[in-house]
Design a protein around this ligand. Structure first.
Ligand SMILES: C[S@@+](CC[C@H](N)C(=O)[O-])C[C@H]1O[C@@H](n2cnc3c(N)ncnc32)[C@H](O)[C@@H]1O
Length: 288
């Protein structure tokens, strides 16, 4: 007897009420109803991240009588924003807004059109803007609840953190991309550090400069968040086979500031030769 054909959609572990139209628009499901394997990998990552963000949304909405303002930076095709809205917000949309910030106009236009098509446009908006300018943008409110950035390129994650600090975000969920700035500063400080500390061996070889720079960037981001009163958890997003950029930083505001963390950050910059006139203290600014 021939085996009954398996519905390819079963492999997506769809949630009740989840929009197939959205999955088609995001090219996760093909027009013929099959699965696009490349996009499926992306979906798996986004699903995983949404599981971390769902309790944050619940906590905010409980505290705000249903209100929620979430800003996703470096939104790209806005997989994350759309899946969040589809899974957790569209059933009870009053007061909930997901905004996406993205520099590529064509992606912003596509996302705004898709939001309209799905009937999500009352609660979703996409703005063509570099993250660094988002703090001043008139369409974004004075304060926001949640900041997300999934693989926002280079220093866009740092700009997202600055945005969240300025907008007093209660939570930030960040999956950083590669960041070249810290490695560039390490490269410049190498010569002056060689005689001072044997720790320079951590980044003497060019490949190590890049790897150590990448690790250090996230360490400094975490310290910066702690200095501003956030409780920080660092974890792996999904197995390494899915992405090399796999570190998830979740930050929850729990106190005004943390002077000890601020001092530790300052000390690290000095010890690594990253302070000084053109140093990194502006990038990783801490409360005065
Ligand atoms: C690697 S993609 C990730 C997109 C999306 N978050 C995702 O995970 O599918 C990075 C996106 O960030 C956008 N981007 C890069 N730098 C940016 C900046 N400074 N401000 C806003 N968007 C930026 C790029 O155009 C690109 O769409």
């Amino acid at each position: 007897m021939p085996k009954p054909k398996r519905n390819p959609l079963d492999t997506l572990e769809l949630k009740p009420g989840q929009s197939i139209e959205l999955l088609k628009a995001l090219h996760i499901v093909t027009r013929e109803g099959g699965i696009n394997q490349d996009s499926r990998r992306k979906l798996k990552q986004v699903y995983h991240l949404t599981q971390f963000i769902e309790p944050l949304i619940d906590e905010v909405r409980k505290a705000n009588d249903g209100g929620l303002y979430l800003v996703d930076h470096g939104a790209g095709k806005s997989y994350l924003g759309f899946i969040l809205y589809d899974l957790y917000l569209k059933q009870n949309p009053d007061g909930a807004v997901v905004a996406g910030v993205e520099t590529r106009q064509e992606l912003v236009d596509k996302s705004n059109t898709l939001a309209k098509q799905l009937g999500f446009d009352a609660g979703m908006q996409f703005i063509n803007l570099p993250v660094a300018q988002a703090t001043e943008h008139p369409d974004l409110p004075e304060t926001v609840d949640i900041v997300t950035a999934l693989h926002a390129c280079n220093t866009a994650t740092d700009d997202a953190i600055s945005f969240g600090l300025k907008k007093q975000a209660k939570f930030m969920a960040l999956v950083p991309c590669c960041q070249a700035e810290v490695a560039t500063h390490l490269r410049k400080s190498k010569a002056s550090q060689l005689g001072k500390s044997s720790l320079v061996e951590m980044w003497r070889h060019p490949l190590h400069t890049r790897e150590f720079g990448s690790q250090l960037t996230n360490v400094l981001r975490c310290l910066q968040l702690e200095a501003h009163g956030y409780q920080v958890t660092v974890t792996e997003l999904v197995g390494w086979e899915h992405s090399m950029k796999n570190e998830l930083i979740i930050a929850k505001k729990h106190q005004r500031s943390n002077p000890k963390a601020a001092q530790r950050l300052r000390d690290m910059l000095v010890e690594l030769g990253l302070d000084g006139e053109e140093g990194l203290q502006q990038r990783f600014h801490v409360p005065a």
